[in-house]
Unconditional design. Sequence first.
Length: 82
Amino acid sequence: MIIKAPLATEKAIRLMESENKLLFLVDKKATKSMIKDELMSLFDIKIVSVNTLIGPDGKKRAYVTLAEDTPAVDLATKLELM
């Protein structure tokens, strides 16, 4: 499984509300296209872009920008983040 868990930090909630982005912990070997494909098949959502970051803790995070017709808040509610 590429997607490990959604993140619900203060920054993630702020990005969700202001920029329609969700934040996920992902496998360190996962590519952007692998992350995009898995999220699209799991949740049936439209994704504009995926940006990844490996933090100082060694964990890889994916910042997923959703299309305008797919509100990030709705998906977060479905994932029980809010």
